[in-house]
Structure formats: structure tokens, C-alpha cells
Design a protein around this ligand. Structure first.
Ligand code: IVH
Length: 663
């Protein structure tokens, strides 16, 4: 028993260390597969010996308590807010006010990034995370303990048995936000407008399993109730020592001029960060000086938040373009007179759906104000009605599909305008594009334009027609040389070897994304079994809910779809699910590899996937443990470091040669 206890302890501390390297330092030292193997090992032991489960075990982070409503927590010390500053003049005034209050001090400031998320307070008692609350109204917040525990970067147990409260910001990284919205789009769910809303929506989930899936992160910026701390810099470094996630970009500034330099730097570079910031927080560093300066009713006098100006610009709405997706939803897009916002040219903006168009009260030809929401998708925020030309009329979503001209409809409680016709050309084209797309069957050379041309010329009417294309007919098409036709035909032929998860995903079943494709492949092993799936089986699968199960059954109950799957089997596409075993006997196995610079032939992810499949460990930074660096174009400091350490460096072409040797 003692031995098992030790093994569990070892696994827990190893996994927590790896999570810390991955989530906080952004510097993973092991591959995902290795992590998963250790995790599963731990899960197995814990299943057998539940009495030995440790509270800080990573398996315990994914909470499973479903609450009816949030309990309330009263903050021991109210959570105040900050005064705002918007310009250099405001900052100079702020500095003057501070200096006047402490004339004998040489005031130093700490500048921190103002993370655009939501404020939280976490209590540690004797080293254990005991409670966590949102800011609420500043005095009373909501108890989100279970949800906070699902955030990997937040330790559930501290190194020492200390008792204090920490405060910080929970946020959703841009990447997780994009993935989440893409999934929501696939599932026809309403999209989150920006990462902050998504973070708030994700943290305030009564079912913490949902929170766990959202991949939230956090940065801690203060420690409350520890008398040994003497300054903000000291607080941040102490938090770091306790392995709490601290944003590394804070800076001690000796004058307001240095503060302004810091602000100018981040105004330029904020777009490069993997998360959103909406400003810079400036705090007097010394606690002693902070105390002398004091508070107003609402906020400390010793700190201020500099808010970045939100770039909003007005331009003319030239038109509204409509596109019909593969599921029949008709999406309106604003066509704009091009303008430059936050460094990039914007000529289109999302109008989302009928409700948004109605709220905005849009007329073609209006001057509209466009903003980069969360700096990601530009959107129209309002119309300058004063500048509206007389006689223009309000834009209405069409009553007929722009592609097939059949009637459109709107479901109850749903803002989307849809096309009824299952044989609508644009829907068909979109289905074929989806089938051939990178994450589905990855048929190179069969992009949006080629599919549209083949469809318009009547060469293909349905996806299955791809497998009986006539070479001569293709060559006769404009801009299709013999070579590109042969490449395309080869790529189509090769797609017959696609794995089952990709084929299931490629079918384009409503609500079935890549992940569901994998789960279904694992369960059904081949297409024939999949065609006979039952509701009971489906809803018992992890991550397949009632809605997805019903869409799968809906799809499978349509004779046309069954015919399509049988046709795929008949042309030779009959994948069997195989568990990918990691190869351990080739030039990459056991090697620690770093990818840097821009790769041309492959994406970083493809290269990483390949290396891991072949037993390599792909890490983020070059250290003495690195065996090989693959340097693409414009490789920078990692390449220099590798050269300094005498580590083997190869370029993309040499890598491609090695790949061929392995394959
Ligand atoms: S210090 C007395 N530091 O900005 C308040 N706040 O009103 C002390 N925020 O919602 C807050 N990043 O959660 C501080 N590095 C940072 C921050 C930060 C984001 C948020 C905070 C609050 C708002 C300030």
C-alpha cells in the first residue's frame, strides 16, 4: 500500500509540474501523449484505490458538482475598481496628484498588463484552495470554487501551508476563444462576441464540467492579507514563488516617463499577445507609500488603469452579401468601403443574423461605425443615422434563398434565416468543400473556387461524383493544366485511404465536429457499424449529447445519406479504425525536437503531429536537453540559442528528406 501511495504522489507531482510548464510557462517539456499516458496511469490507480486520491490530483480538477444556483460569498475586504486614464495628459495629472500626496517620496510605479477577463478572488487556507468568488458587486460575489478548480494553472495546494487571499483575472486565451466559437458555429449556437464574454460565460457555469472544457486561464496580480509583503513587486514575485500564474510582463518604472514608454510599447505590441488586454494598470510600488496615499470611496488613489482607445471608425456600407452555409443558414456580411483599423484593412464585417440587422436598423448606403471586437472579427456597432440619405430603405433578410430562390424560414426563438431546400446549389457546394477541407479528407487542389467551377459546369452535382471525374473534361476547363488535373485526381484517389474519424467528420452531419468524428470512429470501427448506430449507444458516448445523437440519427434515417455512405464504401473508401501506435524505431524516436520559424510545406501542427507519432518529444524552447532544431524561414532567437549550444539544426528541406526516409 505504501508503495502505491508513493507512486500516486509521484504521478500527481509530476503531472502538476508538467501542467505548470504547459499552462503557466508556456514551455511544455513533454508531449501530450506522454502526459495522457501518465494521467491514465494515475486514473487507473485512483480507480482501484479511491481512498488514496489526493486533493491536488489533476484528476480532481475537472469538477463534477452541478449546482442549482451559485452560493454567495462576502469578500473579507471589498473588491474595488480602478480609476481610468485615457491619455498621456491624464497620466501626468495622475503622477502629479500622487506626488502631491507624498511630496517627500521618490515614487516608483509597477506597470502591469490589464487583462481583459473577469476579476476573481481565491482563498487559500493552510495551503489549500478553499474558496473562490467572482467580484460581483465588489462586496458580495458568487461562489465559483468548483469552476476555478478546473483551471489548470491555478494550484489547488500551495507548496507551503500558507493562508492568504489572492486576486486576479480569469481570461480565455484567443486561441481557445476561436476554437470555442468555431465549435459553437458548427453546432449552430450563438457565438460569443469576444473572449471576455466567453470567459465570463464559461466561469459562471453551474456545471463545472462545462467550465473545464473551455480551457480558461488566469493571472494573479495581488495577495491580500500577508503582512510580510512590502511592495507590489514583492507581491508578484511571492505569487510566482508559490507557482501562482503571474503575468511575466510587469515592469518597475522609476518615473511617469518610463510608464508612458511602457504604455507605448504595449500599444504597439498588444496584438502579438495570445490573450486580450484592454489597457495597462499603473500601481505605486511601495505598500508604505500606497498606505499614505489611500483610497477614494470606490478606488485606490495610488493606482489607475490606462485604457487603450478602442479603434472604431466610420465607413460606408456598400452592400450586404449573403452566403448559404452547408446546413442552410444564410449569413449576412457587410461589404464596406475599405478602411484601416488596428493595422489591418477591413472591407467586410460580420452582421451575424436577422436580429442584429434589425437592432442596428441598417440601410444600404449608411455610414456605419465598425469596430474590431476583441480585435478579432470586425463588426458593425452602429449606424450614423444623422448621415443617412433620404429615401433609403431598411435592409431586410431575404424571403428567398440567394442561391436556389426557394423560400427561406426562421425557426421559433432562433435568429437565423434558413434555406429549406436540401438540394440548394450553395449548400451542395459547401458540403463538397467541407468534405474536401483540410480537417476532413484534405483533398489538395479542391478548394472553394475549383469546387464551385466543377459544380457550375455540371461536372459534379454531389460529393460522390468526385470519384468518377473525367480527366478530359477537367483538362478542357479554363486554367486547369494537365499537371494540376493529374495532381487533383491523385489527391482524390488518395482520399480513399482516409481514416474513419475524418470520413465521419467529412459527411458533414449537423453538430458532428472533428472530436465527435474521433469518438464515433472509436466506437463503431467501420462505416457499416456506424450506419446502424442507435440512440441509446450514442447518448452513452462521452461528449455526445442528446442533440448531437439526434442529428446523427436524423442524418442516418435519410435514404440519400445511406446511399452516399454505401457509395463511398463501393468506390473503396472503407476505413477501419486503428489505434495509432507510437513508432519507436526510427530516427525521430526518443529525440527532443524544437520547431522554430515559418514552415512552408507543412503547418507547425502537422510537423508536431508527425514527430510525435514517430516517438519524438516536441518542446517549445531550446535547452541543453534539445536534440534537434528544425528551423524554418525567419527563425530567430531559438536558432541562435541552438547554434550557441551546438545543437543539430536542420532546415525544412532536410526535415522533408528525413520524413521521406521514415515513411
Ligand atoms: S489591480 C483595486 N491589476 O481591471 C483594484 N486589475 O477595475 C485593483 N484587471 O476588474 C485591481 N488586470 O480585475 C489590477 N494587472 C491588473 C489587472 C486588473 C485586469 C481588472 C480587475 C478589475 C479591473 C480594474
Amino acid at each position: 500500500m505504501k508503495q502505491i501511495q508513493e507512486e500516486i504522489l509521484k504521478l500527481v507531482s509530476l503531472l502538476n509540474k508538467y501542467s505548470y510548464e504547459y499552462y503557466v510557462e508556456d514551455n511544455p517539456q513533454i508531449t501530450d501523449t506522454e502526459y495522457d499516458t501518465l494521467y491514465k496511469q494515475l486514473e487507473k490507480l485512483e480507480e482501484k484505490y479511491p481512498e488514496l486520491i489526493l486533493e491536488n490530483s489533476p484528476t480532481q480538477r475537472v469538477g463534477d458538482r452541478v449546482l442549482d444556483e451559485f452560493e454567495k460569498i462576502t469578500h473579507k475586504i471589498p473588491m474595488l475598481s480602478l480609476s481610468n486614464t485615457f491619455s498621456t495628459e491624464d497620466l501626468i495629472d495622475f503622477d502629479a496628484r500622487v506626488s502631491k500626496l507624498v511630496p517627500s517620496e521618490n515614487v516608483e510605479y509597477i506597470c502591469e498588463l490589464k487583462i481583459d477577463g473577469l476579476a476573481i478572488s481565491i482563498n487559500y487556507d493552510n495551503g489549500k484552495l478553499v474558496s473562490a468568488a467572482t467580484r460581483g458587486d465588489g462586496t458580495v460575489g458568487e461562489d465559483v470554487t468548483e469552476n476555478i478548480k478546473t483551471i489548470f494553472s491555478i494550484p489547488k495546494v500551495l507548496k507551503d501551508k500558507r493562508s492568504f487571499e489572492v486576486r486576479g483575472e480569469v481570461y480565455l486565451p484567443k486561441k481557445s476563444f476561436n476554437i470555442l466559437n468555431k465549435e459553437r458555429e458548427e453546432n449552430n449556437e450563438v457565438l460569443f462576441a469576444n473572449p471576455r464574454n466567453a470567459a465570463a460565460g464559461s466561469l459562471r457555469q453551474l456545471d463545472s464540467k462545462i467550465t473545464a472544457k473551455r480551457r480558461l486561464s488566469a493571472f494573479i496580480y495581488s495577495i491580500v492579507g500577508d503582512d510580510s509583503i512590502v511592495s507590489q513587486e514583492n507581491a508578484l514575485n511571492t505569487a510566482k514563488e508559490y507557482e501562482l500564474p503571474v503575468n511575466p510582463n510587469f515592469k518597475l518604472c522609476k518615473s511617469i516617463d518610463e510608464v508612458i514608454d511602457y504604455i507605448n510599447y504595449w500599444t504597439e505590441h498588444k496584438q502579438d499577445l495570445p490573450y486580450d488586454i484592454d489597457g495597462i494598470v499603473i500601481k505605486v510600488n511601495s505598500y508604505k507609500v500606497q498606505e499614505q496615499i489611500g483610497f477614494t470611496q470606490k478606488s485606490p488613489r495610488w493606482a489607475t488603469a490606462y485604457k487603450f482607445p478602442e479603434e472604431e471608425l466610420a465607413t460606408k456600407l456598400l452592400d450586404v452579401e449573403l452566403s448559404v452555409g452547408r446546413t442552410g443558414i444564410i449569413t449576412p456580411v457587410a461589404i464596406l468601403d475599405p478602411i484601416v483599423i488596428s493595422g489591418s484593412t477591413v472591407s467586410k464585417a460580420s452582421l451575424h443574423n436577422k436580429d442584429i440587422i434589425d437592432d442596428l436598423d441598417i440601410h444600404i448606403g449608411d455610414m456605419v461605425v465598425v469596430k474590431k471586437a476583441g480585435e478579432i472579427i470586425p463588426k458593425v456597432v452602429r449606424v450614423v443615422k444623422e448621415l443617412r440619405t433620404e429615401g433609403s430603405t431598411k435592409y431586410q433578410m431575404p424571403s428567398n434563398c440567394p442561391s436556389c430562390h426557394q423560400e427561406t424560414y426562421v425557426k421559433d426563438n432562433d435568429p437565423f434565416t434558413r434555406c429549406k431546400n436540401p438540394d440548394c446549389p450553395d449548400q451542395n457546394i459547401r458540403k463538397i468543400i467541407h468534405f474536401a477541407s483540410r480537417d476532413a479528407l484534405n483533398i489538395e487542389g479542391l478548394g472553394d473556387k475549383v469546387v464551385a467551377t466543377l459544380y457550375d459546369k455540371g461536372i459534379i452535382c454531389h460529393t460522390i461524383d468526385l470519384y468518377s471525374l473525367d480527366r478530359d473534361k477537367l483538362i478542357a476547363l479554363e486554367r486547369m493544366g494537365e499537371k494540376s488535373v493529374d495532381n487533383l485526381l491523385n489527391a482524390i484517389e488518395k482520399s480513399k485511404e482516409s481514416s474513419l474519424d475524418k470520413v465521419i467528420y467529412a459527411l458533414g452531419i449537423l453538430n458532428v465536429g472533428k472530436k465527435a468524428g474521433k469518438i464515433l470512429a472509436e466506437k463503431y470501427v467501420n462505416l457499416s457499424n456506424f450506419m446502424n448506430a442507435t440512440l441509446e449507444e450514442l447518448i452513452n458516448l462521452d461528449d455526445v449529447g442528446q442533440i448531437t445523437a439526434e442529428s446523427i440519427l436524423d442524418y442516418l434515417s435519410d435514404d440519400n445519406n445511406i446511399k452516399f455512405i454505401n457509395d463511398l464504401i463501393n468506390i473503396g473508401m472503407n476505413p477501419q479504425y486503428e489505434i495509432n501506435e507510437i513508432k519507436s524505431n526510427n530516427i525521430f524516436s526518443g529525440k527532443t525536437v524544437v520547431l522554430t520559424g515559418k514552415l512552408v510545406e507543412l503547418t507547425r501542427n502537422e510537423a508536431k503531429e508527425f514527430l510525435e507519432k514517430n516517438g519524438a518529444k516536441v518542446t517549445g524552447s531550446v535547452t541543453s536537453k534539445t536534440d534537434l532544431v528544425i528551423a524554418g524561414e525567419k527563425a530567430g532567437s531559438k536558432l541562435t540559442k541552438a547554434e550557441q549550444l551546438g545543437i543539430e539544426v536542420i532546415n525544412e528541406e532536410q526535415f522533408a528528406n528525413m520524413v521521406r526516409e521514415v515513411e
